[in-house]
Ligand binder design. Structure first.
Ligand code: SF4
Length: 234
C-alpha cells in the first residue's frame, strides 16, 4: 500500500468543507503562492509518512461528530500531488462509511488526478485568479492544470465549492470579483458555492523563519467590511 507524506492533522475542522471534519494536510505543493499560509508545506521531502490504515484509524475517532455532512478533508500543500495515496485512502474510508473531499488548488494533474476526483464527494477548489496571467503571477505556475481539474470535476458532475483569497491591490476590485463570477459561470457545471476569504499576513513569521522573501510585507490584511460588500456581488 502507498503511504502519504503528511504535514499535519486537524480534528474537528469546521471550515474545510461541510460539517465537522478531520483534515489531513498533505505535504508538498507545486505552486508558490505569494500569500501562502503554509510555505512549510511546499517541500516534498522530509516530514512524516502516514499509512492508509492510520488515516482510517484517525478518521474513525471523529465519526461521532461527522453527522450526515461531515467526514474527511484532504488538504495541503496540494493533495493531488499524492493522487495514488488519495485514491487508496478515500477507498478505505468509503468502506468504513466515511466520505471524503479534496481541498485543492488544482495546480497539479497526473495519471491519478481523475481517479482521486471521482472518489471525492465534492471539491473545495481555490481559484487563485480567473485571469491566466494574474494566476501565474500569484502562483508561479500555469493555469492549465486548474482548467483540467475543473473539466474532470464537470465530467463527474462533482459539486465545486469555489474559494478565492482576496488580497488588497491584487484581486480586491469589483471588476475582479465579477470576473471570478463570470469565470465560474462559464466553466463550472455543478456549483455548490463561491466563498471569498480575506487575506491576512499572519504567515510572515513562517516565511521569515524559512528565509523566503515575502513580497506582500507591506500589504494590509483585507478589510472585513469591504470583503462582505464584495461577497454580495456573488
Ligand atoms: S496552492 Fe496552497 S499550499 Fe500551495 S503555495 Fe498556494 S497557497 Fe500555498
Amino acid at each position: 500500500m502507498t503511504t502519504g507524506r503528511l504535514h499535519s492533522i486537524e480534528t474537528f475542522g469546521a471550515v474545510d468543507g461541510p460539517g465537522i471534519r478531520t483534515v489531513f494536510f498533505l505535504q508538498g505543493c507545486p505552486a508558490r503562492c505569494v500569500y501562502c499560509h503554509n510555505p512549510d508545506s511546499w517541500s516534498t521531502a522530509g516530514k512524516e509518512e502516514i499509512s492508509v490504515e492510520q488515516v482510517v484509524h484517525t478518521a474513525q475517532r471523529g465519526r461521532p461528530y461527522y453527522g450526515k455532512d461531515g467526514g474527511v478533508t484532504f488538504s495541503g500543500g496540494e493533495p493531488l500531488l499524492q493522487g495514488e495515496f488519495l485514491i487508496e485512502a478515500m477507498e478505505a474510508l468509503s468502506k468504513e462509511g466515511i466520505s471524503s473531499i479534496l481541498d485543492t488548488s488544482g495546480t497539479w494533474v497526473d495519471d491519478f488526478t481523475k481517479g482521486a476526483i471521482e472518489k471525492s464527494q465534492m471539491l473545495l477548489l481555490d481559484v487563485k485568479h480567473p485571469d491566466e496571467e494574474k494566476f501565474k503571477e500569484i502562483t508561479g505556475v500555469s493555469q492549465d492544470n486548474l482548467l483540467q481539474v475543473i473539466d474532470f470535476a464537470n465530467d463527474e458532475n462533482k459539486p465545486l465549492w469555489i474559494r478565492q483569497v482576496i488580497v488588497p491591490g491584487i484581486n480586491d476590485t469589483e471588476e475582479d470579483v465579477k470576473s471570478l463570477k463570470a469565470f465560474v459561470e462559464q466553466r463550472v457545471k455543478n456549483l455548490y458555492t463561491i466563498e471569498l476569504l480575506g487575506y491576512h499576513n499572519m504567515a510572515i513569521e513562517k516565511w521569515d523563519k524559512l528565509g523566503i522573501p515575502y513580497k506582500l510585507r507591506n500589504v494590509p490584511p483585507m478589510d472585513r467590511g469591504r470583503l462582505a460588500r464584495l461577497s454580495q456581488l456573488l
